[in-house]
Design a protein around this ligand. Structure first.
Ligand SMILES: Cc1cc2nc3c(=O)[nH]c(=O)nc-3n(C[C@H](O)[C@H](O)[C@H](O)COP(=O)(O)OP(=O)(O)OC[C@H]3O[C@@H](n4cnc5c(N)ncnc54)[C@H](O)[C@@H]3O)c2cc1C
Length: 471
């Protein structure tokens, strides 16, 4: 009997035959994530769906014994090929680990299993009358996946990325042992911070089975403002001054009007203004309407003195929803023509320079690189396109996009590094960006990462080939 046949037989004994997939047609959805190209896709030899932490431990021990590489899959919404299985590998899906373990409103804390989808998490937190600020764009992601990639989203400018809210994790290590890291406390100076080591480790160091999150009181009021500017540089350059004055918006997004047109076409809704070439979108939150009004007035003054052509406030909650939907549907509108969505993060003061560099690359290669992003935290999204955009609609295939893809990627990543930034601010390195990490972080840092990987998983069982190339 081959190794994989032995593995399948014993895995079925652990989780039950009905929770083990081996049919090719049913394995296909587990061969990819949301990365657009199929370059790194790979069929798993099987998919296993454990229901308990103990079953996960047994599966990991089995993988280690039979030397079968194992890749954890959350919601599969990743954009870096992170949950794509290794060669001759299997996938462990967390979809059945989806319970709320402990809802503790008095301490503003919730503990959930790693397979809880973000949509459900927001509902549960809402029932507690509390607020969980991190909001990556796809609510189909699981909390375990979001922690494993240190997901961000637009609200990071005020609230930080998901890392800031993780108080504790339960983890199954590569040898099958289980640990509880951190806990329901705010402070700890007790040894190395293993919780932080696991956050963002993309399934390469341990399997996250439970997550303990700190929550906040709900904001009393929310408001949305739009300010158009003649140029994107002018728009972005107002942001440091605003933050310096102590106004801390929940989100500050920049959008170029030619890009937002695509979402307008998709949703058949209109952005509040097309004056100038770019807009800043602000979301403010506060304890009360009065608090919000004071913030909005001061913000409007600063925007006008920074050259805003207008300052528009979304009056009704419906109009607010509409504007936010337009911003968040840009990805959807461009998805069909997108080859890769970059998520470079640079210091705030470097955003305008990086966006102008992107423009220069567009002109040099005569391609379109629609760009928008989080002006408050330096995270810039650029789409590498295989389809042309005209009047907000996707058109013909761009000739030669395949030849230019790598060149453009290298140039954008080099520009990010030169500006003191990173090649991934929120999506993770996965398989897609692995080769570029060393140029970004330096040989020493990547070597330390490989040593950590080796120390925790010497047999390379957990998600081999992702983030760094293991020994
Ligand atoms: C439309 C769209 C919008 C998006 N917007 C954002 C955004 O605004 N901000 C942002 O940060 N991201 C965004 N993303 C990317 C994606 O949603 C995030 O990376 C998300 O956090 C991935 O979660 P997942 O459960 O889908 O993980 P998967 O794709 O299933 O896995 C991602 C990685 O985490 C590992 N992993 C998953 N679960 C675990 C676990 N329990 N233990 C250990 N490792 C695990 C996997 O092995 C893999 O390496 C967007 C994606 C899409 C498609």
């Amino acid at each position: 009997m081959s190794n994989i046949d032995k593995w399948r037989k014993r895995a079925a004994q652990i989780v039950g035959q009905e929770n083990l997939i081996t049919e090719n047609s049913e394995l296909i959805p587990f061969s990819h994530d949301e990365y657009a190209l199929d370059t790194f896709n790979r069929m798993p030899l099987a998919v296993v769906k454990p229901a308990t932490e103990e079953e996960i431990q047994e599966i990991v021990r089995l993988c280690r014994e039979l030397k079968v590489p194992l890749t954890v899959r959350g919601g599969g919404t990743g954009l870096s090929g992170g949950c794509v299985p290794a060669e001759q590998g299997v996938v462990l899906s967390l979809e059945r680990l989806n319970s709320v373990v402990d809802a503790d409103p008095a301490n503003h804390i919730i503990t959930v299993q790693a397979g809880v989808a973000l949509k459900r998490l927001y509902e549960e937190v809402d029932k507690m009358g509390l607020y969980f600020p991190p909001h990556p764009g796809d609510e189909g992601a699981f909390i375990g996946g979001a922690v494993a990639t240190n997901a961000g989203g637009a609200r990071a400018v005020k609230y930080g990325t998901i890392r800031r809210f993780v108080l504790g994790l339960q983890v199954v290590w590569a040898d099958g042992r289980l640990s509880n890291l951190g806990g329901k406390f705010i402070k700890s100076s007790s040894g190395y911070n293993l919780t932080d080591l696991i956050i963002g480790s993309e399934g390469t160091l341990g399997i996250i089975t439970r997550v303990t999150l700190s929550l906040l009181p709900r904001p009393g009021a929310i408001s949305t403002l739009i300010a158009p500017f003649d140029s994107v540089r002018q728009a972005i350059e107002t942001v440091p001054d605003i933050l310096h004055r102590g106004i801390l918006p929940t989100a500050v997004e920049f959008v170029q009007h030619e890009v937002i047109s695509c979402a307008e076409q998709l949703l058949k809704k209109s952005w509040p203004t097309h004056d100038g070439s770019a807009s800043l979108l602000f979301i403010l939150d506060g304890r009360s309407e009065d608090d919000l009004l004071a913030q909005a007035e001061e913000l409007a003054e600063l925007l006008e003195s920074g050259g805003a052509l207008d300052v528009l406030i979304a009056e009704s909650p419906e109009r607010q929803e509409e504007i936010l939907a337009l911003r968040s549907m840009i990805y959807e509108a461009l998805r069909e023509g997108t080859v890769e969505l970059f998520d470079i993060c640079v210091p705030r003061s470097e955003i305008a320079g990086h966006v102008e560099f992107v423009k220069e690359v567009e002109e040099r290669y005569k391609i379109q690189l629609p760009t928008y992003g989080h002006a408050g935290d330096g995270n810039v999204h650029t789409h590498y396109m295989r389809k042309a955009i005209s009047n907000g609609l996707l058109g013909a295939e761009v000739t030669g996009w395949q030849q230019l893809h790598q060149q453009v990627r290298e140039e954008l990543f080099a520009d990010a590094a030169a500006r003191g930034g990173v090649i991934s601010g929120e999506h993770g390195i996965g398989r897609v960006k692995r080769e570029y990490l060393v140029n970004n972080l330096g040989a020493v840092n990547v070597e330390v990462m490989r040593l950590i990987k080796h120390a925790l998983d010497s047999e390379n069982i957990l998600n081999p080939g992702k983030v760094v190339q293991q020994y």
